[in-house]
Design a binder for this molecule. Structure first.
Ligand SMILES: [Zn+2]
Length: 473
């Protein structure tokens, strides 16, 4: 990315400010004062960061079915009450309980070397004495198919795909085990889903399919994946022993968390915003997605503090079980039932708290299949979103782009609710994603506060403006 020299970027900022000031009409004029109040409050706010720090350091990571998740849920509901939100509730959600247990991988030949690994979420374990087998290496499913059953059966398949961004590459994590099992492989190792690595393994969920053998799968570091592939391609037999205690326990009782500012004129119409409270069982789930739940919460808490009373209800929801099932998002959709038609917009933050650029609007988009069905948005609705975004020109955080959404709100988008997903610069998100290094120290306070500001302005205007987005044709 090229950076503008300071002497050039400063006049640009002034010009942008002057344009907004010169046209105090329409939405961006009408809401300029309340938007400025929210932005000023967000940029000075410490409370959101303090809550995020408490979540990370005192409550810890939050995998579905864990005691730490349930403690975080009860604490979060208490914090929403303390912030003065109304109708604070923790509706029940059944969630899968996957337990990692002890795990290890060791290369036994051509030299002995421990491999830095993390079992993939939802993976089955190995027998107690592990699985020891020769490794075959591929960069793609095409290469796997070309090897065929004769060369794959009884082997451990290493998937070492080139990084092409999360969406196109994650299929090797989610589907590698079942594709390899179809050809008789006994286990899978997959290169961690990242472009930058300091020997950090990245976990994440895999999917099995009924009727195809469930074989254990683990992420290895980019460095170890490259070494294993080099050795295999050099023609020397490579043997690895994989041992994993991973297993499923009975589904657990868990909860979504929700609180509101009730609308003054149309309380039944709802703008919902949030992220997911669960995380993986490693690190602190700071960026994924502690930052998303605490930034959306703080956006609403600041409205309450400032005495801003939107016409429609603004509801913050912490969805549970995004990482390995999506049961929280599905349960919320089921809970609202017919009232989904009165959801005027859904906003999700689940991409870390780096410097925000704006919002994806519409559905689908960068989250690929996880973003849910694309919602057709009219040009007028998109134009309105662009106008609201202009209120964020001062923090350069209001650019609207087509596509967006998020996995927790995808059931709402599938029912026709207009969806927004926070977009950030994303410089480091996938360095930390699903690793032990997703910790509070990675949160840059100014950038977190800018996210709070952007969420507060967008959700407030959507909840207060005269028309719903869906009425703009
Ligand atoms: Zn997430």
């Amino acid at each position: 990315m090229t950076k503008l020299p300071l002497t050039k970027s400063l006049p640009l900022l002034f010009v942008a400010g002057a344009l907004v000031a010169a046209e105090p009409s329409g939405i961006s004029g009408k809401y300029q004062e309340s938007a400025q109040k929210l932005i000023t409050a967000a940029l000075a706010d410490d409370e959101g960061l303090q809550r995020l720090q408490y979540l990370c350091d005192r409550l810890g990571n939050r995998i579905s079915g864990s005691e730490s998740l349930e403690r975080a849920i009860q604490w979060a509901a208490g914090e929403m009450k303390k912030a003065g939100l109304e109708n604070v509730r923790t509706p029940p959600v059944k969630v899968p309980k996957w337990v990692r247990g002890k795990e290890s991988a060791v290369m036994l030949a051509p030299v002995q070397k421990p491999l830095t690994m993390l079992g993939l979420g939802m993976s089955v374990g190995t027998p107690a004495d592990g699985i020891t087998a020769e490794v075959v290496a591929v960069n793609s499913f095409e290469q796997l198919t070309a090897l065929g059953r004769a060369k794959v059966e009884g082997k451990i398949v290493l998937f070492n795909p080139a990084w092409q961004g999360y969406g196109p590459t994650v299929i090797y994590r989610s589907s590698g085990a079942l594709r390899a099992a179809e050809l008789g492989a006994v286990a899978v190792l997959v290169r961690s889903m990242t472009d930058h690595s300091l020997s950090t393994p990245h976990t994440g969920a895999l999917n099995y399919t009924d009727g195809i053998a469930k074989i254990p799968a683990a992420a290895v570091t980019v460095e170890d994946a490259a070494m294993l592939e080099r050795l295999v391609r050099s023609g020397v037999p490579v043997r690895v022993k994989l041992a994993m205690e991973a297993h499923q326990e009975q589904d657990a009782d868990s909860h979504n968390v929700m609180g509101e500012i009730r609308g003054t004129e149309k309380p039944n119409e709802v703008v919902v915003l949030g992220g997911h409270i669960d995380s993986w069982d490693i690190g602190q789930g700071a960026n994924d997605d502690g930052s998303g739940i605490m930034a959306t919460f703080q956006a609403v808490a600041l409205m309450k503090k400032l005495g801003l009373k939107p016409r429609r209800t603004i509801r913050v929801v912490f969805w549970v079980n995004e990482e390995n099932g999506g049961e929280g998002g599905k349960a919320y959709r089921a809970m609202v039932g017919e009232a989904v038609k009165d959801h005027v917009a859904a906003i999700e933050m689940d991409g870390g708290a780096e410097k925000p650029l704006g919002f994806g609007f519409g559905g689908g988009g960068e989250f690929g299949g996880r973003g849910g069905a694309a919602v057709a948005t009219s040009p007028a609705a998109f134009q309105r979103a662009v106008e609201i975004g202009k209120l964020l020109a001062g923090i350069q955080g209001g650019e609207m782009t087509p596509g967006g959404g998020g996995s927790d709100i995808s059931p709402l988008l599938a029912a026709g609710v207009p969806g927004f997903g926070v977009r950030t610069v994303g410089t480091h998100y996938f360095d930390w994603h699903h690793t032990n290094s997703d910790t509070f120290d990675k949160i840059v306070p100014l950038e977190f506060r800018q996210n709070v500001a952007a969420l507060a302005v967008l959700s407030y205007v959507l909840a207060d403006m005269p028309e719903r987005l869906s009425e703009l044709k």
